[in-house]
Design a binder for this molecule. Structure first.
Ligand code: SAH
Ligand code: SF4
Ligand code: F3S
Length: 436
């Protein structure tokens, strides 16, 4: 039996798919090269904006052709759209044989047997079940041998007025420290060198189990063999001085942080209910720069939130100019059903959103051009994670991709390299020495 998983959305969904692959492997399934040869097709969905929703329906339209050739093939939908839509999705898409969400991925084996027996296996729960921690008993199946995502927290207790995540992923649940450390130890034994801790609000980890996030950082970095640690996503509100100090103290923690700003205007930040103002955000950036030498930043921006004026938008551009992010992920505001912002007055016109987005991208292009130049001729540490056609690819500690000519045997090594050609979206290096 073969499976095919199509994943949309964020890194957490990506890691959920790695775990689904682990569950399927334990059931004897093997990966298919394409959906056409699969016995089970799963769509792990995202519903953060309207676009990903539409993609799911168009993919379902394509995948249903499999049933003409192979009537026993099963099609499943999981993830955030499944949780948000529930029965309605099953109704809209009769081709779906099974449905579940991030709450009950561990029930996949039972759902598959029900579907095989000819029932429609729809299990969308109102609340995460008591036994959801069973999920951690299944190992993951990953493509990247050296850098691994580890989900440490589920859900989110913030209530940003534009966001569906608290509805699709539920309240904040921190994974226990021991369970995380056990996974990290296993990963390292399997050759992993970089551990990337994941949660929608990872800096809030531990709040519900009485532990501070920095404790997790120290403990993960202590596991012998962990060369590098990253984490995503930090929330500016939970970004404390203690976390910044830990980041500076722990040599394994990379000098980069993704710290979503969303907007630069205090009025818009208030309407979003983000829990900080522009000046506080800038202070956190300054604090991180003091504790973590050479740290770089990336961010998320929403353009055209309801009532956003030209002056509000200028505040966002001002933060971009001042922080000089290495990467900016920008999104046009997309109204999501059942969120407070959906029914706010003053929705911004599509043309205005597009025009502001263009300006934002222009500005960021010039900033990243300058940043790229500043890497020229510098020495960087790379962890080489992939190899193709005589070239190795790796990331700097500051999270910039770089390529290097060399032997495949260097895969998985931490090396020192000199930057020979640095451009906005690519960087070439020359090997200086293999460090570890
Ligand atoms: N937990 C993270 C973000 C998760 S969603 C945080 O708090 O920052 C990833 C990104 O999608 C968000 O940072 C935001 O920029 C964007 N996003 C979320 N809801 C959106 C919406 N309704 N319209 C447009 N972008 C949205
Ligand atoms: Fe959504 Fe806000 Fe939670 Fe991020 S912090 S997942 S944007 S509600
Ligand atoms: Fe999308 Fe769900 Fe992630 S809505 S962004 S897949 S948490």
């Amino acid at each position: 039996m073969k499976y095919y998983i199509k994943t949309f959305g964020c890194q957490m969904n990506f890691n959920d798919s790695e775990r689904l692959r682990g569950i399927l492997r334990s059931m004897g399934y093997e990966p298919a090269q394409s959906w056409e040869e699969a016995d089970l097709i799963l769509l792990n969905t995202c519903t953060i904006r309207e676009k990903p929703d539409q993609k799911v329906y168009s993919h379902l339209g394509e995948y249903k052709k499999i049933k003409e050739k192979k009537p026993t093939a099963l099609i499943g939908v999981c993830g955030c759209l499944a949780q948000r839509m529930g029965e309605e999705l099953a109704h809209k898409a009769p081709v779906v044989d099974l449905m579940f969400s991030s709450y009950n991925m561990h029930q996949l084996p039972e759902l598959i047997s029900q579907a095989q027996a000819g029932y429609r296996a729809i299990a969308i729960l109102e609340e995460p079940p008591e036994d959801e921690d069973k999920l951690w008993d299944f190992p993951t199946v990953r493509d990247n041998q050296f850098c691994a995502y580890v989900t440490v927290m589920k859900g989110c207790d913030k209530n940003c007025t534009y966001c569906v995540v608290p509805k699709t992923r539920g309240r904040q649940r921190s994974r226990g420290l021991e369970s995380i450390l056990e996974e990290v130890r296993e990963l390292v034994q399997g050759g992993v060198r970089e551990v990337h801790l994941l949660g929608q609000n990872v800096t809030a980890w531990g709040q519900d189990i009485g532990l501070p996030f920095e404790e997790l950082l120290y403990r993960v970095a202590e596991v012998p063999g962990v060369e590098r640690v990253r984490f995503t996503t930090g929330h500016p509100k939970d970004m404390t001085e203690r976390i910044a100090r830990a980041m500076g103290d722990i040599p394994q923690i990379c000098e980069h942080i993704h710290l979503p700003l969303q907007a630069g205007s205090d009025r818009i930040l208030g309407l979003m209910d983000r829990g900080y103002v522009k000046e506080e955000y800038l202070e956190k950036v300054q604090m991180l720069r003091e504790y973590v030498k050479g740290i770089t930043f990336s961010t998320d921006i929403i353009v055209g939130f309801p009532t956003e004026t030209e002056e509000d938008f200028e505040e966002t551009l001002d933060v971009l100019r001042r922080v000089r992010f290495e990467q900016v992920f920008s999104f046009k505001y997309s109204p999501r059903p059942d969120t407070p912002a959906y029914s706010m007055e003053g929705q911004v016109k599509e043309e205005v959103k597009s025009e502001r987005m263009t300006r934002l991208l222009e500005l960021q292009k010039s900033i990243i051009g300058d940043i790229a130049r500043s890497y020229q001729n510098t020495e960087q540490e790379l962890l080489l994670e992939s190899y193709e056609g005589g070239k190795l690819m790796g990331r700097t500690r500051t999270n910039r991709w770089a390529s290097l000519r060399g032997e495949e045997s260097l895969l998985g090594k931490v090396v020192r390299a000199k930057v020979t050609d640095s451009r906005a979206f690519s960087m070439e290096c020359e090997l200086l020495e293999v460090v570890r």
